[in-house]
Design a protein around this ligand. Structure first.
Ligand code: ADP
Length: 295
């Protein structure tokens, strides 16, 4: 069994400022960093670190070749990534000394995927393989339809939330992985028990609902499991959900019981939140196993 992550690859440009700029203000910035990003890229690393054979599929422009090189270096197969004439997706992130931020997100090549490209990608996969998607690229609905026809196991992280996700057809989704905000927005419920109930009615398979520092819940309508988050010194929770997603999918796909899978994924994301950054903080399988032995 192998996995494909069909998702976004982003360049994160981070500008550290004395304060967030006012309308019309020009601010000089002393510190500038570039990071690899995109939910697709992050989740492909997490799934690969967890021990699965992972192919990343998505689009970048020539300005994003380093994203592809980064993924190759960490062990993700990048042969299906398409380089187009467009600009790569990128985020301009302004951060003040208190860590407050504002962001401009340009989706670029991520939003220019075509049905033909999806078909080409899917030619490499067959029944029982896993496909994982988020909602930062175009053609997600098309990909679900075609992946279902081929008998792939379909996982969706419906993020970032947009209103279209309310009336979305989740019936072909085997694993829906989402956080509190996304769950409440999709269902219109504020009580988490009701959110899960409503999601289970929509989803073909299981719902995995993450609650930040309050842990995570698995429910497939028959089995329900809940685990608390590990108590750690959380420094930066960016990418916690991406780390969680890769690790839980590998655990569930390899037959672990829901509670054990939740614990495994919680350990991986607990390690990730103790460091600043996103993709760079996704732990290795060895780190997760060591953490679980110690905790
Ligand atoms: P997202 O990043 O999508 O918003 P969450 O914030 O729900 O996702 O976090 C996903 C998982 O990461 C949680 O279920 C939990 O296991 C872990 N996590 C998040 N925040 C913390 C924290 N402060 N301490 C320990 N674990 C955390």
């Amino acid at each position: 069994m192998k996995a494909i992550v069909f998702g976004s690859l982003n360049i994160d440009k981070v500008y550290s400022l004395s304060h967030l700029p006012e309308k019309g203000e020009t601010l000089s910035c002393g510190r500038y960093e570039i990071h690899v990003g995109g939910k697709g890229l992050n989740q492909s690393i997490s799934l690969s670190n967890s021990g699965m054979e992972v192919y990343m599929a998505g689009q970048i422009g020539s300005d994003g070749i380093f994203l592809k090189e980064y993924l190759e270096k960490v062990g993700v197969n990048t042969s299906l990534i398409k380089v187009t004439d467009s600009f790569s997706g990128h985020a301009v992130i302004e951060v003040d000394p208190d860590g407050q931020n504002q962001m401009i997100l340009f989706p670029g090549a991520n939003r220019e995927t075509t049905p033909d490209y999806c078909d080409e990608v899917l030619e490499n996969f067959s029944k029982g393989d896993l496909i994982l998607m988020q909602y930062e690229t175009s053609q997600v609905e098309y990909m679900i339809e075609k992946a279902h026809e081929k008998g792939l196991v379909i996982a969706l992280n419906p993020s970032p939330y947009v209103d279209k996700l309310k009336d979305f057809d989740y019936s072909r989704i085997d694993y829906l992985i989402l956080n509190e905000y996304e769950g409440q927005s999709i269902t219109g419920e504020s009580d988490n028990g009701k959110v899960i109930e409503a999601l289970c009615e929509k989803v073909g398979g299981a719902v995995i609902f993450t609650l930040g520092g309050d842990g995570a819940i698995y429910s497939d309508g028959k089995v329900t499991a809940k685990v608390p988050a590990f108590k750690v010194n959380a420094v930066d929770t960016t990418g916690a959900g991406d780390t969680f997603t890769g690790y839980i999918l590998n655990s569930l796909m390899s037959g672990k019981a829901p509670e054990e899978a939740l614990r495994f994924a919680s350990a991986a994301s607990a390690i990730a939140v103790t460091k600043a950054g996103a993709a760079e903080t996704i732990p290795s399988l060895e780190q997760v196993n060591n953490f679980l032995m110690e905790n």
